[in-house]
Design a protein around this ligand. Structure first.
Ligand code: GN1
Ligand code: MG
Length: 368
């Protein structure tokens, strides 16, 4: 493995000589390594792109390069400092304007490691407010991008599609797990109509797609030593989607005091302080471009992501764990139960969320 990693690194146009390569981070999809270099040269992050999931690596890297260069230009125009820590820098291959390497079997890419940056698995109200502002800002900067971004995973956050996949898995029942999960399946089915609302609104021309990050879980964000957000990472899923993707998926992880796979689900409780702080931050930077329909459906987005994730984890469990990395046989079922419990808590807090958003909006409008 070491030899392969060294060989892969040698194809990229990095500064300095790589002296150490070790596994890095907690992603469920790609394999990530930290590449330390000699002397003053920057360190790098090397990733093997999961080609079974991202089947069109060229589209994916084209999206990422379009988005990062657009953001870089925006930050420059706005007179920001320290830009190299606020947007990812990808490394080209030696002698080629190409940003990924195919070794015949696997696809790889490299980016500059941002010094003094950290990821976290949990947030507090202050860092959530920063995160809200950062994701609102991320979407706002991309509102006017004129590159034609494609979906790197078709129908990625399409709830109708995710339910179809679940129903196909149930019908096939390839490893005989359906009987065991019947009660939770029924609960999910009960909510199917309500949860597919976004697709209907879109078909009726009432809800736009915009460029979103689509994987805004807490550990996909880089913070500096003071707890300020530097930038968002894990850009594979940047694509056109409903703004709900980024708003809802952050709260799915940020406002759950437990990890998404913690089996102690009686302790799952949607954290309203995190919700309030994140929403305030988000509205402060995204409020300017959001339409009334988008704002009205923010509480729907908060429920949609635990629901969608429960559907996706359960589908993978029924299919015999072919998508997410697992550590033990019932891992995907434990994740499903955790996410479903979170959904119940979100449902209980929905009236309070609606009141809070209405209040914030009237404050924002009053401030105009
Ligand atoms: C995956 O790659 P990672 O671990 O950040 C997944 C997300 C899920 C998440 C659940 C491409 O994200 O959609 O929300 O796991 N990414 C893909 O933890 O499926
Ligand atoms: Mg990640």
């Amino acid at each position: 493995m070491k030899e392969l990693l060294n060989k892969v690194v040698s194809h990229f146009d990095i500064n300095g000589r790589a002296v150490d390569i070790k596994p890095h981070g907690n992603g469920l999809i790609n394999d990530t390594y930290l590449v330390a270099t000699e002397g003053d040269a920057p360190d790098y992050v090397l990733q093997r792109i999961n080609h079974a999931i991202f089947t069109d690596v060229d589209t994916l890297m084209t999206n990422i390069m379009a988005v990062t260069s657009h953001i870089r230009a925006k930050l420059t125009t706005a007179g920001e400092t320290d830009i190299d820590r606020k947007v990812l820098t990808f490394v080209p291959l030696r002698g080629e304007e190409k940003y990924y390497f195919h070794d015949g079997e696997n696809y790889w890419r490299m980016m500059v490691f941002i010094p003094g940056s950290h990821t976290f698995e949990a947030v507090n109200p202050a860092s959530s407010r920063n995160a809200g502002r950062a994701f609102g800002h991320f979407q706002a900067m991309l509102v006017d991008i004129d590159a034609d971004l494609k979906e790197s995973i078709p129908d990625f956050h399409n709830m109708e599609f995710r339910l179809r996949q679940l129903r196909e898995a149930v019908a096939a029942d390839p490893v005989g797990r359906v009987a065991e999960v019947k009660p939770i399946l029924d609960e999910l089915e009960k909510r199917a109509d309500e949860m597919t609302k976004a697709e209907r609104l879109h078909r009726e021309g009432k809800l736009p797609k915009r460029i979103c990050h689509c994987d805004t879980k807490v550990n996909n964000m880089m913070f500096d030593d003071e707890g300020n957000i530097l930038c968002v990472i894990d850009l594979d899923t940047v694509m056109p989607s409903f703004i709900f993707s980024d708003y809802g998926d952050f709260l799915r992880t940020g406002a759950n005091p437990l990890a998404e796979d913690d089996p102690d689900i009686d302790r799952v409780e949607f954290d309203m302080d995190i919700f309030k702080a994140f929403t305030e931050g988000y509205l402060s930077s995204a409020g300017g471009f959001l339409t009334p329909v988008e704002v009205e459906h923010l509480p729907y987005a908060v429920a949609l992501f635990p629901y969608m994730q429960a559907v996706r984890f359960l589908t993978d469990y029924i299919n015999g764990d072919t998508y997410y990395k697992i550590k033990y046989p019932s891992h995907n079922l434990v994740r499903t139960r955790n996410q479903f419990r979170l959904l119940l808590s979100v449902e209980a807090h929905t009236p309070e969320m609606k009141r809070f958003i209405a209040e914030k909006l009237s404050e924002l409008q009053g401030a105009d």
